[in-house]
Write a new protein. Sequence first.
Length: 115
Amino acid sequence: VQLQASGGGLVQSGGSLRLSCAASGRTSGNYRMGWFRQAPGKEREFVARTTWSGGATYYADSVKGRFTISRDNAKNALYLQMNSLKPEDTAVYYCAAGYPQYDYWGQGTLVTVSS
């Protein structure tokens, strides 16, 4: 499975961005998919994930109520709608897929939130 993340950019505090992750290759598995991020000088952290069906979603406390994860299996795509962005959301965002562990990772897309 190959993953390609896109949609990052520079946005002002309080703004919104929508990240996309396109999956290709052997996408027929019942993978969970998720988003992680890594800020400069920090370890990579979990942001959100969804089950194969997209029926259940889970969020880090730091983004709950502001970010929404969704997936479209017909398009082999994963999304992250990010609203009310804060400077501390600045990071490289990665999409990942696999079960039970995340075996596949995208290359990351940079999100920069200015104050």
